[in-house]
Ligand binder design. Structure first.
Ligand code: ADP
Ligand code: ZN
Length: 781
C-alpha cells in the first residue's frame, strides 16, 4: 500500500490555485484557544503540491507564515514554505507533523508573501516558482552556512619564569602569547595561521591551559572589504531639487499620514540634474525615522561608482548597506542576504531581483533608470521589477520613486493621468546646458569612402583629434561586440549562420573564433565557403573589437581601452578600467551599453555613437523608444565637467523621430508623437501586451500547437482585446528550436489573463513543446 499523504492535495498547474485578493484585507487565520494555530499549509518546493501538516508543540513558536520547513512526503523529506496557518484542516485523516524548521525565522516576511501571490496571479506563474526566485540559490540550498573564525585574547599573561620555560620547550606557544600580548583587541586565528601554519593546534593547547580565551565569530564575505569610502556630505540643493525633495519628504512624513499613502513619484530629470542626490537625501530622512530603503538600479549601472556614492554618503554605517547583484560570489550573496534577513542592513542596493530583498520596516523604494528593459526578467517568473516595486510599496505602505532621464512611456502616461506624481528636474546641477548634438549622415559618408564603408566618419575623426589635442577624453559607443558581424561568400552569397540559431555568427578576432551570440556556440572560421567551396568569403559589419582596432590605427598615440563583456571577464576589471579612465590614464573608451549608463567622467567632452541604427532596426514596437532612450543616455555622458560637451551620432536614418528628438533633448516632444502612434494602434501604454511563445525542435508542431492555442483563446476573447496572427518569432530559431509567437493586446488585462489561464489549464501539450506566456512582454524577439 502506498504511504498515505497527510494532505489536502491541490494541483498546482500554472496559477491554478486560489489566490487571495491582494488589496483586500483578509482576516488573519484564527489561532486556537491556546494561542497558536494547529495546522500549517505548506507549499512544497520541488513538486506542485500544497499540503497540510500539523505543528508539533516544540516548533509552535518557530512555525510562522513564510517559514521554510522540512516535512515528510511519502518516504522522503521535502522542503517547503508555510503559506497559510489554519485552526483546522479540511483533510479528514490524521495530519503528519512538520519535521523541522529551516532557519529560525520566516524567510518571507508577510508582505513578501503577499507580493509573491500578486506576482503569481499577474504573471500566471506558480507560486512556488515565484518563491524560488525570491531566494538566492545559495540561501535556498545552503541556509545559514556562514564562515567562522576564532577571536583570541590573552586570558592571563604567564610570569617571566614561565615564559622563559616556554621559550625553550614550546617556542610557538611563547610566540603566540607574545603576539596576543602586543595585539590591540582580539586577534583572528586565521591571521595567526598566515604566519604560523600550526597555530590551530597550538592555540588549542593554550586554551586548555587557560592562557588564551577563544570566541567563535562569524566572518562575513564582504564584497567591499578592501574598499575605503571617503565620506561625502549632502549638497545644498538647487531650487528644482528642493521642490522635488520637499514633495517626497511630505510623503515620508509620518505625521502627514501614517502609513504614508502617497502615489508613486516619477522623478523625470535630465542626466546630471541631481536625481541621485535626491535619492540620497530622501534615504537619509528614512534612516532618521529608523526605517529602511530599497534601491534598484539596472545591473549594468551597478558599477563601483554607483555603490561608492551610497557607501560614501552613509559611510559611518558602512556595514548597514547590503548589495545584491549577479557579480557577487555565492558566498557573498549568501552573507549579504542574511545581513538583510537579520536586520543588519538599512539600505539595500541591488539589481532586478533585489525587489525581493527581505527588508522589513520599509520607508522607501527607489527604482533608478526605471525605463531600463533589464528590469524585466526574461524567464519564469517573468516579472517587471519596476512594477513590482510599485506593488510592494503599496503593500508596505511606503513611498516609491521611479527615476529616469527618459521615463518609459508606461510611466510617463501614468504621470499624465495622475496615477503617478510627476517631479521634474529640467536643468543640470552645474548650470551647464546640455551637450551639442550633431548628426552625421552616414549615407553621405559612405559615398565618400572608397569601400563604401566607414566606422569613423571624417567629422567624428576630426572632432576626436581636436579633443585629444586638448587632452580631453572621448567615449565611443557601439552596442555590438565582436570583430565582424557577418561572414559572407562573395560568390554564392551564403552567410555563415549558427547551425542551431537563425543568426549570423560573429567573428571574434582575439580568439579567432566565430561565435553565436544567442547560444554561445564557437567554431573556427572556415577558409572557404561551406556552401559552394569558393575561397572568396568576406567578413562584413563591425563590432567593438574591430572598432577598437580601427581607432587604434587612426590615433596611434592615444591610450585606448575597450569595455564589453568580452574584455571585462576578470573580476574588478571593469572597476579598474573605469578608474583608470576617470583618473585620465586613458584617452578613449570604446564600449557597449556597459558604458552608457550612470557614469560620470568630468573630463569627457566628446561622445561618439558609432551606429545609432542598431536598436532602431529591431522588429519591435519599442525600437524607436529604445533608440531615443539610448541616445539620450549616451549623450548625457558628455560635458559633465567644466568644458561644454559635444555628441556625434552616426546614423543612416538621420531624419527618424527618435534621432531628431534626441538631438534636441526633447523628451516631451518625443513622448507626445510616440504616444499618438501607440494610442492609434492600441499599443502600450494604452494596452497591456501578452506574448505567447511556442518552441520546439519540430517546426510544424510548434506552429500547430500555437495555432490551436490561439484558436481556443479566440473562441471567447474578452472585449477590447486585439491580436495579430500566429507567426514565426523574429528570432525564428534558437538553441535548435523553432520559435513561433502570438501577440495579444488589451486595455483590460485581468479578464484576458483569466481567460488565458483557463485555456492553459484545459490544454495538454504534446511532448517536446514549450509554451510560454509573457505578460507585459518587453522583448518581442
Ligand atoms: P543624475 O542622477 O540626475 O544624473 P547626479 O545626482 O549624478 O545626477 O548629479 C550630477 C552631479 O552633480 C554629481 O556629481 C553630483 O554630485 C552633483 N550634484 C548633485 N546635486 C548637486 C547640487 N545640489 N549642487 C551641486 N552639485 C550637485
Ligand atoms: Zn546559436
Amino acid at each position: 500500500m502506498p504511504p498515505r499523504l497527510s494532505s489536502i492535495i491541490t494541483r498546482m498547474s500554472a496559477g491554478h490555485h486560489a489566490q487571495p485578493n491582494l488589496f483586500e484585507e483578509s482576516a488573519p487565520n484564527a489561532p486556537d484557544s491556546a494561542g497558536h494555530p494547529l495546522v500549517a499549509r505548506v507549499l512544497i518546493e520541488d513538486a506542485a503540491l500544497e499540503l497540510d501538516y500539523s505543528i508539533p508543540e516544540a516548533l509552535a513558536s518557530r512555525v510562522q507564515l513564510g517559514t521554510r520547513v522540512h516535512v515528510p512526503l511519502q518516504r522522503h523529506r521535502a522542503a517547503g514554505t508555510v503559506v497559510q496557518l489554519l485552526p483546522d484542516s479540511s483533510y479528514h485523516g490524521k495530519l503528519k507533523p512538520i519535521t523541522d524548521t529551516i532557519g529560525t525565522r520566516p524567510v518571507f516576511p508577510e508582505n513578501l508573501l503577499k507580493l509573491a501571490h500578486w506576482a503569481s496571479t499577474y504573471y500566471l506563474c506558480p507560486l512556488r516558482i515565484v518563491l524560488r526566485a525570491m531566494l538566492p540559490e545559495s540561501v535556498r540550498k545552503k541556509p545559514e552556512s556562514f564562515l567562522s573564525d576564532s577571536h583570541l585574547t590573552l586570558a592571563r599573561m604567564p610570569d617571566a619564569a614561565e615564559m622563559e620555560k616556554l621559550h625553550k620547550s614550546a617556542p610557538i606557544q611563547a610566540r603566540i602569547i607574545e603576539m596576543l600580548h602586543n595585539h590591540k583587541g582580539p586577534a583572528a586565528l586565521s591571521e595567526l595561521r598566515k604566519e604560523l601554519p600550526r597555530a590551530t593546534q597550538v592555540v588549542h593547547i593554550l586554551v586548555k591551559k587557560g592562557i588564551v580565551d577563544r570566541a567563535e565569530v562569524r566572518v562575513e564575505r564582504d564584497p567591499f572589504h578592501d574598499e575605503e569610502f571617503i565620506a561625502n556630505a549632502p549638497h545644498t540643493l538647487t531650487e528644482e531639487q528642493r521642490i522635488a525633495l520637499d514633495k517626497i519628504l511630505i510623503a515620508l512624513d509620518p505625521s502627514f499620514s501614517n502609513p504614508p499613502t502617497s502615489k508613486p513619484f516619477l522623478l523625470h530629470g535630465v542626466t546630471g540634474s541631481g536625481k541621485t542626490e535626491i535619492y540620497l537625501q530622501a534615504i537619509a530622512k528614512v534612516l532618521e525615522q529608523k526605517k529602511t530603503a530599497l534601491v534598484l538600479v539596472p545591473e549594468i549601472s551597478l558599477t563601483p561608482q554607483t555603490i561608492e556614492r551610497f557607501k560614501a554618503r552613509f559611510s559611518e554605517g558602512h556595514q548597514r548597506i547590503a548589495v545584491l547583484h549577479s557579480h557577487l560570489s555565492d558566498g557573498e550573496r549568501h552573507d549579504e542576504w542574511y545581513k538583510i534577513h537579520e536586520g543588519r542592513a538599512d539600505i539595500v542596493i541591488g539589481a532586478r531581483s533585489a525587489i525581493f530583498a527581505p527588508l522589513e520596516n520599509l520607508g522607501l523604494i527607489i527604482v533608478d533608470e526605471e525605463h531600463e528593459p533589464s528590469y524585466k526578467q526574461e524567464e519564469s517568473p517573468r516579472y517587471q521589477a519596476r512594477d513590482l516595486a510599485v506593488v510592494r510599496a503599496k503593500l508596505e505602505g511606503c513611498a516609491c520613486i521611479l527615476g529616469s532621464a527618459t521615463p518609459c512611456l508606461e510611466s510617463f502616461e501614468n504621470a499624465q493621468t495622475g496615477k503617478y506624481e510627476l517631479l521634474n528636474l529640467t536643468k543640470r546641477t552645474d548650470g551647464k546646458s546640455m551637450p551639442l548634438i550633431r548628426i552625421v549622415d552616414m549615407r553621405l559618408e559612405r559615398r565618400r569612402t572608397k569601400d563604401g564603408f566607414s566606422i569613423l566618419s571624417d567629422r567624428l575623426r576630426i572632432a576626436v583629434e581636436q579633443r585629444l589635442e586638448k587632452q580631453e577624453q572621448v567615449i565611443l559607443f557601439l552596442n555590438r561586440r565582436g570583430f565582424n558581424t557577418a561572414l559572407t561568400c562573395l560568390k554564392c552569397g551564403e552567410t555563415a549562420n549558427c547551425p542551431d540559431c537563425s543568426v549570423a555568427l560573429t567573428f571574434h578576432k582575439t580568439d579567432n573564433r566565430l561565435v553565436c551570440h544567442v547560444c554561445g556556440t564557437r567554431q573556427l572560421p572556415p577558409s572557404k565557403c561551406k556552401a559552394c567551396g569558393d575561397p572568396s568569403i568576406r567578413f562584413g559589419g563591425y563590432g567593438t573589437e574591430r572598432a577598437e582596432e580601427t581607432i587604434r590605427a587612426i590615433f596611434k598615440t592615444a591610450r585606448i581601452a575597450r569595455v564589453d563583456t568580452d574584455t571585462m571577464q576578470r573580476k574588478n576589471q571593469l572597476r579598474d578600467t573605469l578608474r583608470a579612465f576617470r583618473s585620465q590614464k586613458l584617452d578613449i573608451l570604446i564600449g557597449t551599453q556597459m558604458i552608457a549608463k550612470g557614469l560620470d567622467f568630468p573630463n569627457v567632452t566628446l561622445v561618439g555613437v558609432l551606429n545609432a541604427d542598431l536598436a532602431l532596426n529591431l522588429p519591435d514596437f519599442r525600437a524607436a523608444e529604445r533608440t531615443f532612450q539610448l541616445l539620450t543616455q549616451v549623450a548625457g555622458r558628455s560635458g559633465r565637467g567644466e568644458t561644454k560637451g559635444e555628441v556625434f551620432i552616426q546614423t543612416y536614418a538621420p531624419h527618424s523621430p527618435a534621432v531628431q528628438f534626441a538631438r534636441h533633448a526633447d523628451y516631451a516632444g518625443y513622448a507626445e508623437q510616440e504616444l499618438q502612434h501607440r494610442k492609434q494602434f492600441h499599443y502600450p501604454p494604452f494596452t497591456h501586451v501578452v506574448l505567447i511563445g511556442c518552441r520546439s525542435k519540430q517546426e510544424a508542431l510548434a506552429e500547430f500547437t500555437l495555432q490551436s492555442f490561439a484558436t481556443r483563446v479566440k473562441e471567447k476573447l474578452p472585449p477590447e482585446t486585439h491580436h495579430g496572427e500566429v507567426c514565426p518569432s523574429p528570432l525564428t530559431k534558437a538553441h535548435g528550436q523553432f520559435r513561433f509567437q502570438w501577440l495579444l493586446r488589451t486595455a483590460r488585462v485581468r479578464p484576458l489573463l483569466a481567460h488565458i489561464q483557463s485555456v492553459l489549464s484545459s490544454m495538454t501539450l504534446p511532448e517536446d513543446i514549450i509554451l510560454t506566456w509573457d505578460v507585459d512582454a518587453m522583448s518581442l524577439m
